[in-house]
Design a protein around this ligand. Structure first.
Ligand code: GLU
Length: 383
């Protein structure tokens, strides 16, 4: 697993675990994970629930069963608390984006949200999205933040969606009831059987349950976005994610469509450098769907950093065959080019993985025919 632009959805159970306002119990580790991702050049958009849960103690309510107007009043006051809770864990600024279903359906508003998020990401700002609960009605609301996060992932052309909750992923049965329930690590196709495995929400302040998470996964994967359900209450989960290991359930992106990431790589990102490949690497990249290893690199040109996009050049034809996001800077690549992946750590003193560009972070470009030298046509001289 690998990602460059991800939406992280955090549920109320993590933002306000005691149901008496926000706390740092889980959000601190989540914020540290986000910061680490940002330091690695990844772009993160947070979809955070917790407005209602955070505002619950601030609005007098009689029964535990909350009316819709009560929830809206709580959401409005709780949103401030929730944002303040996030901001205290970041040195970089956070932004608040409140949206409704209607905003996402309207093309101009959709583009407006997309542009706002894009500019904020370019400026190192963490966009934090929630549903605008106070103004929504039944017709206007998405209804739950799992589905909202899937829609946001499409708006901002994310390559991955991480749904963080207090459960490890999708199980064959309800793990709270059945000891023999088994975690399903990977789901390639979302069928009725998968929906049947989904239990219901146990947290009365959150809107979604496993069902809405699977709905969200279905929406996102159809758009080429890999989706993961992971347990945000466990710190080891974040350690796994950093090591690119799936700690929960992964829903594979539909392979038949060009993923948002590849679309973004191909059409939006400008290359900062050039990496020339030997014959074996060209063959592996074009014919075997392989990642780029240091051993196949002949030369490196221009300055670039980790996380930058680079052009991959065929050393024989001198054409650009692909573009990709590099895991190593130009200086590092100059030192490891031509070497085996096992030698990376010895050469650099650290390693970011065996591959220079992972296959998921690479897009093959249309091969334009080589430009042949103009033919010399004999001049016909009129006599
Ligand atoms: N927008 C709701 C809130 O901030 C959360 C909805 C959900 O958890 O799905 O409380």
């Amino acid at each position: 697993m690998n990602f460059n632009r991800a939406v992280l959805k955090v549920g109320s159970a993590l933002v306000a675990p005691t149901k008496t306002g926000c706390s740092g119990q889980y959000s601190l580790a989540i914020a540290q994970f986000i910061t680490k991702c940002q330091q690695q050049g990844k772009e993160i958009i947070l979809v955070s629930s917790g407005g209602i849960a955070a505002g619950r103690t601030l609005i007098h309510h009689g029964s535990p069963k909350l009316s819709i107007p009560m929830k809206k009043a709580m959401a409005s006051v709780g949103q401030m608390q929730m944002m303040a809770n996030w901001q205290r864990f970041f040195d970089t600024p956070c932004s608040q984006i409140l949206i409704t279903q209607d905003d996402l359906e309207d093309r101009e508003r959709f583009i407006s949200i997309k542009e706002t998020i894009q500019i904020q990401l370019e400026n190192g700002i963490l966009p934090i999205v929630n549903e605008n609960d106070t103004v929504t009605t039944e017709d206007l609301k998405v209804g739950d933040n799992d589905n909202l996060a899937a829609l946001v992932a499409q708006v901002c052309e994310a390559d991955s969606l991480f749904i963080l909750s207090d459960i490890d992923g999708v199980f064959t049965k309800d793990p709270n009831v059945h000891d023999d329930a088994i975690l399903i690590p990977k789901i390639d196709e979302i069928t009725d059987e998968i929906y049947a495995m989904a239990g219901t929400s146990r947290n009365h302040l959150a809107t979604g349950g496993m069902k809405t998470k699977i709905e969200a996964a279905e929406k996102a994967t159809e758009h080429g976005i890999n989706t993961y359900i992971v347990n945000g209450t466990k710190s080891e989960v974040f350690a796994s994610l950093i090591r690119k290991i799936n700690p929960g359930t992964q829903f594979s992106a539909d392979k038949n469509i060009i993923s948002a990431k590849k679309h973004w790589l191909k059409h939006t990102v400008k290359s900062q450098g050039r990496v020339t490949l030997d014959k074996g690497a060209v063959n592996a990249v074009l014919k075997k769907g392989a990642s780029l290893l240091p051993v196949g690199i002949k030369s490196v040109a221009k300055k670039f950093d980790v996380g930058d996009c680079v052009d991959l050049i065929d050393h024989q034809t001198k054409t650009i065959i692909a573009k990709g996001i590099t895991q190593y800077s130009h200086n590092e690549l100059k030192r490891i080019k031509g070497k085996h992946s096992d030698d990376i750590e010895n050469t650099l003193g650290h390693e970011e993985g065996d591959v220079v560009i992972h296959r998921d972070d690479m897009v093959i470009l249309d091969q334009k025919p080589e430009v042949k030298p103009a033919q010399i046509v004999p001049k016909i001289v009129e006599s």
